[in-house]
Design a binder for this molecule. Structure first.
Ligand SMILES: Nc1ncnc2c1ncn2[C@@H]1O[C@H](COP(=O)(O)OP(=O)(O)O)[C@@H](O)[C@H]1O
Ligand SMILES: C=C(OP(=O)(O)O)C(=O)O
Ligand SMILES: [Ca+2]
Ligand SMILES: [Mn+2]
Length: 636
């Protein structure tokens, strides 16, 4: 390129302000930076945090949390990133080097080291830690943080243990219960293992946050973990304190020690694998060993709420919740994968929460501050709001993406089918903040029936609502890798047997009472198969299910005409706006009518057998209703 052309080019590309009178190019159009070295320049970039006494108090409180049970004194803690220490060396900037030391006679090497505390970091800081130190962390094309949860890509309910002592006598123990017992001593052994592991690290992440948007029944939780992924996940999923709230946080009501990278010791009593999730309600602590699946923390805290809230006559619910513009609230119960998150996230309604709620005398409140959506086969067209929520700050677990463009392929199951996105609830455009609402008008029970015999929608009597709530049915198709399989029926009491702490009838009695008092209507919606079981039929389209849900919300379905089905005795509408009427009765969509009847009876039999244990249960407060509820199940 010739000089002349070069000058002409210079003059038109935006650098026109360069002075060239003396023939020399001066690069002085802007004020120069006040720095003599690159390091000095970099130190200008970040505004230091103001040192306050609260840092010292927080460190003391965290040190107490991390104290070993045997020596009773917490580790030496330093606020801030260990990597910044070297950078700051020899500088006057000591704001990140606040530490606490307890005068002791050092008897072990671990007393000589410092552990850095990364306290309530921002998403930006957590991204940087994840990307720098945690293999498998990447920024996707939409700005989300892609992470890997390691060997476990789902929860491990068989490894959950609950300490049995005088405070937990009234829990649900024994057959069918999710609460596998453990003694206090074993809990302390696992706790010590987790604490030693965390203290052996250079740095730990600490989140101090809240649960429950009902200000009168809010609890303070502390999560101590070793991964930025875990800290960002909980930042998104719990309620984020304001600066002032954090300043006055004080001591937590409940603490999680997440040492998920480190296994439990299989020689320890009660251990049946290298994973253990241990809940101690008296100590108000949970220990996680041997699993990095982040959902374990979220659902672990949910178990705690299932214990604490009913004590205050507040019903804890494994349900999604949204509200119409006119203030009508709907609950969506259902087991994993049945549509709580998908259907509570609705363009035309305000989202209160996707998974965990409380129903008190004042109405509904979300327990969490975020949502945890399944991402498998996610599409922008079908689920635009969830799609748009997957942006900077969102944790994307176990997804597969293009190495170069970082576009996520949501159809890809090579890591797991349980791919997930965790995002703060305000990432959904029409979220209700604070996440509270009035008493529900509709209670929708979701079942993904892969047998394809339950109607797409039925209106439930009061007794039927209780029957199906206690049954907690869904049927999914087991692992895809072994080819086509029979649908697997699952019955999970209260649509959340893995999380409830008291006998199911206790929650059912409260639900019956509240629905009665506030005049809520129960519905059963099958988000699963039509036209045959898995392998023959197909899953009902999300578009049709949304039409059905719209008709429930609008009141259209209360006004329409109904007919009763055989066997299950369900009332099904003859017409739903926007849904072909022949779909509404499953017998119409099955080509092989004999096979339909056999499958229907088979499912009814599974329901009957499952319900036997509850039919005779007289202890929980619904005993007077027991016969009526049992009679509301299938008859054949
Ligand atoms: N008709 C339907 N209704 C609801 N969800 C459906 C339907 N068809 C397919 N799906 C898919 O099923 C999954 C439901 O999962 P999700 O809403 O996360 O369940 P939950 O929150 O109850 O665990 C989503 O991936 C959704 O796209
Ligand atoms: C996070 C979970 O909940 P869900 O699938 O109901 O969203 C889970 O069961 O691990
Ligand atoms: Ca969900
Ligand atoms: Mn859920």
């Amino acid at each position: 390129m010739e000089a002349k052309d070069g000058q002409a080019w210079l003059g038109t590309n935006g650098y026109g302000s360069r002075r060239e009178e003396d023939g020399v190019c001066h690069d002085d159009s802007a004020t120069p930076v006040r720095a003599n070295t690159v390091d000095e320049l970099h130190s200008l970039q970040r505004k230091p945090q103001v040192v306050e006494d609260r840092h010292r108090l927080q460190l003391q409180s965290i040190s107490a949390s991390l104290a070993s049970m045997t020596c009773g004194i917490g580790p030496k803690l330093v606020n801030g990133d260990p990597a910044r220490k070297k950078e700051m060396a020899g500088k006057a900037v000591t704001h990140h080097q606040h530490h606490i030391t307890v005068p002791t006679i050092t008897v072990s090497d671990s007393d000589l080291k410092f552990t850095h505390v990364l306290y309530n970091l921002s998403p930006s800081e957590l991204y940087e830690h994840a990307i720098k130190y945690e293999k498998g962390s990447f920024i996707t094309s939409s700005g989300a943080l892609a992470t890997l949860s390691g060997a476990k890509t789902g929860r491990s309910p068989r490894d959950k243990r609950v300490v049995k002592d005088e405070t937990t006598d009234d829990l649900w123990w024994g057959k069918g219960s999710p609460n596998i017992e453990m003694d206090e001593q074993t809990f302390l052994i696992n706790r010590e293992r987790a604490v030693d592991y965390l203290n052996s690290l250079d740095k730990v992440f600490v989140n101090d946050q809240f649960l429950n948007w009902d200000p009168n029944n809010r609890i303070k939780v502390r999560i101590i973990s070793a991964r930025a992924y875990h800290s960002l996940f909980m930042h998104n999923m719990c309620i984020r304190p304001t600066y002032e709230e954090l300043e006055n946080f004080g001591e937590p009501d409940f603490t999680i020690y997440n040492a998920g990278q480190f296994p439990c010791n299989r020689y320890t009593h009660y251990m049946t694998s290298s994973t253990s999730i241990d809940l101690n309600l008296k100590r108000r602590e949970m220990v996680i060993l041997g699993t990095q699946y982040a959902g374990e923390m979220k659902k672990g805290l949910f178990s705690v709420m299932h214990y604490l809230m009913p004590k205050k006559q507040i019903l804890s619910l494994h349900s999604g919740c949204n509200m119409g513009r006119g203030g009508d609230v709907a609950l969506f119960f259902g087991l994993s994968g049945t549509g709580k998150t998908t259907l509570s996230t609705d363009r035309n309604r305000i989202l209160i929460g996707d998974d965990e709620h409380c129903w008190s005398d004042n109405g509904i409140s979300n327990i969490e501050g975020g949502c945890y959506a399944k991402c498998i086969d996610l599409s922008q067209e079908k689920e635009p709001d969830i799609w748009d929520a997957i942006k900077f700050g969102t944790v994307l677990e176990n997804v597969v993406f293009d190495e170069h463009s970082r576009e996520v392929d949501y159809t890809e199951k090579s890591v797991t089918e349980n791919t997930r996105a965790a995002y703060p609830i305000e990432y959904i455009a029409n979220a209700k903040i604070p996440c509270v609402g009035p008493h529900p008008k509709n209670v929708i029970l979701l079942a993904c029936d892969a047998f394809g015999v339950l109607p797409p929608v039925s209106k439930l009597s009061h007794a039927q609502t209780m029957y199906h709530f206690i049954s907690g049915y869904t049927a999914l198709v087991a692992g895809t890798e072994d080819g086509i399989k029979e649908p697997q029926a699952t019955f999970s009491a209260c649509f959340g047997a893995a999380f409830i702490m008291l006998h199911p009838t206790r929650y059912a009695a409260m639900l019956a009472d509240k629905m009665n008092k506030h005049g809520a209507t129960g519905w059963l919606v099958n988000t699963g198969w039509i036209g045959g079981s898995y392998g023959v039929g197909e899953r009902i389209s999300l578009a049709y299910t949304r039409k059905i849900i719209d008709a429930i919300h609008s009141g259209e379905l209360l006004a329409t005409s109904y007919k009763k089905t055989d066997v299950f005795g369900l009332d099904i509408p003859t017409k739903v706006e926007g849904v072909p009427s022949e779909l509404l009765d499953p017998i119409n969509t099955w080509e092989d009518k004999d096979s339909y009847k056999l499958t229907l009876l088979k499912l009814a039999d599974l329901f009957k057998r499952n319900f036997k244990v509850f039919a005779n249960y007289k202890k929980g407060g619904v005993s007077d209703l027991a016969d009526e509820i049992a009679a509301a199940g299938p008859n054949f």
